[in-house]
Write a protein of this length. Structure first.
Length: 197
């Protein structure tokens, strides 16, 4: 799948064709640490997760992620993916489960020199709570700016790649129309064809 290059997947040649703007890209990048289409998980073990999260500035210098923390972050990632699928009209997001997962994340409001408020994670909490808090702060900011619902997960069940729908009518369904959209159309065509016999 050489069509899906992204800087975060070092040396794989994947490209994020529909990147989210600004800091919402951090949330997109986090969700896309799992590649269902080609296989691979940048949070696959504690060492990989530590490297990835440090590269993205989600860990403080010298911090490490243990196996239990990695599992919690993976669960959070997949709950976020469920929300992104809901943005794309696919049922299945479990908001109650996600709300329980994020209940330990602590956020605080900080005011900038221009007087604008901003959310940020509380530093004095555990590493998972701080990472989740940072990502949630980006989600809340994107929602306030009307961008959150445009971050979607591809409707292709074998892909689920997070993409940003920049279309005017917000009707994008696929991370890549030439790959995932074409597969869907071909599958629907075959089903119609086999049903007409």
């Amino acid at each position: 799948m050489s069509e899906m290059r992204e800087a975060g997947w070092r040396g794989t040649g994947w490209d994020n064709l529909k990147p989210a703007p600004g800091t919402l890209a951090l949330v997109q990048d986090f969700v896309n640490t799992r590649n269902y289409f080609r296989g691979g998980d940048l949070l696959g073990d504690a060492e990989e997760a530590t490297v990835r999260l440090a590269e993205r500035g989600l860990l403080e210098g010298g911090e490490r992620v243990g196996e239990a923390e990695r599992r919690r972050l993976v669960a959070f990632r997949e709950r976020l993916r469920g929300l992104l699928l809901a943005h794309n009209g696919v049922a299945g997001a479990d908001a109650r489960d996600l709300n329980y997962m994020v209940s330990s994340a602590a956020l605080r409001v900080r005011f900038g020199p221009d007087g604008r408020p901003d959310l940020e994670p509380v530093v004095e909490v555990g590493v998972v709570e701080r990472i989740v808090g940072r990502l949630l702060a980006e989600v809340v900011q994107a929602e306030a700016e009307g961008r959150w619902e445009r971050l979607k997960a591809c409707r292709n069940e074998g892909c689920l790649w997070a993409f940003y729908d920049a279309s005017k009518n917000r009707s994008g369904s696929w991370c890549n129309m030439d790959i995932c959209g074409a597969r869907h159309k071909m599958r629907a065509y075959r089903e119609r064809k086999s049903g007409s016999r």
